[in-house]
Design a protein around this ligand. Structure first.
Ligand code: SF4
Length: 228
C-alpha cells in the first residue's frame, strides 16, 4: 500500500511536522553541499529587469523567459519605457511566454506606479512591492532576495511540492507555507533555501516521478522514507 503511494497523494502527518525543524536544517545543509552554485535561473542586470522577468515567468519556463528578455531588455530600459509602450506592442514582444495580455497589462500598470510613487525605482520592501500590479509575495521575495539582499522564501510550485513531500509543512497556500518555512530555516538562509528546493525539484525530485533512490536527502524526507 505504502509502496504504491503516489507523490500527489502524500500528506505529512503530525509526527512528520514535529520532526520538521531538525530535518529542515539537515535538508538545507545536504542540498547546499549538493548544489553549491544554486541560484536564480532568470537573466537580469537590474531590479527592473528581474521584476519584468519574474512576471513573465508565471506559467512559463525560465529558458523561454530568458530568450524573450534578451531582446526585450535591449528595447525597454526604464520603467517609463514599459509604462509608455502600447498594450498591443508589449503583448507582441512577450507573446511566447503565455498569458501575455495579463502580463503586459500588469507590467505597464506596475511601471506606471513605479514612476509615480517610487521615483522610477523598483521598491526594496515587501509592502511596496506587493502594492504593484501582478506582484505577490513570491515575486516580491524573488526580487528582494536576488537584487536587494533581503532574505525571503519564494514559494513557487517546486517549493510547495517539495515542502509537502519532505514533510516540512502541509500548507499548499503559498503565503501560509512561506510563514511556516520561515519558522524552520534561519533568516539568513531563506533565499538560498528557495534556490535549493527549486534546483532539487528540477533535477531529482521532479513532479510525478521523484527519483528517491538517488536522492541525497531521502533519509530526512517523509515521502522518501515511506517509499523505501
Ligand atoms: S526522497 Fe528526495 S526525491 Fe524523493 S520525495 Fe523526498 S526529496 Fe523528493
Amino acid at each position: 500500500m505504502l509502496k504504491t503511494l503516489l507523490p500527489k497523494e502524500f500528506k505529512p502527518g503530525g509526527r512528520d511536522l514535529k520532526t520538521a525543524p531538525a530535518r529542515a536544517r539537515k535538508i538545507f545543509s545536504t542540498l547546499l553541499k549538493t548544489y553549491p552554485d544554486a541560484r536564480i535561473a532568470l537573466n537580469f542586470n537590474s531590479p527592473l529587469e528581474l521584476f519584468v522577468a519574474t512576471v513573465l515567468s508565471a506559467q512559463c519556463t525560465d529558458v523561454r523567459v530568458n530568450i524573450v528578455t534578451k531582446d526585450l531588455f535591449k528595447k525597454y530600459r526604464k520603467a517609463a519605457d514599459y509604462a509608455e509602450v502600447s498594450q498591443k506592442e508589449l503583448e507582441q514582444n512577450i507573446k511566447s511566454t503565455g498569458f501575455f495580455r495579463n502580463k503586459a497589462k500588469n507590467i505597464r500598470a506596475a511601471c506606471a506606479d513605479i514612476i509615480e510613487k517610487f521615483d522610477g525605482n523598483v521598491p526594496d520592501n515587501l509592502d511596496d512591492l506587493t502594492s504593484l500590479a501582478g506582484i505577490g509575495h513570491k515575486t516580491a521575495n524573488v526580487i528582494l532576495g536576488n537584487v536587494y539582499g533581503v532574505p525571503g522564501i519564494a514559494c513557487d510550485t517546486h517549493v510547495i511540492r517539495l515542502s509537502r513531500l519532505m514533510g516540512l509543512s502541509g500548507n499548499t497556500d503559498p503565503v501560509k507555507l512561506e510563514f511556516a518555512l520561515m519558522e524552520l530555516i534561519p533568516k539568513k538562509d531563506w533565499t538560498m533555501f528557495s534556490h535549493l528546493l527549486i534546483f532539487h525539484g528540477r533535477r531529482v525530485c521532479v513532479a510525478r516521478r521523484p527519483d528517491c533512490d538517488n536522492c541525497p536527502v531521502r533519509s530526512h524526507c517523509c515521502y522518501g522514507k515511506l517509499t523505501q
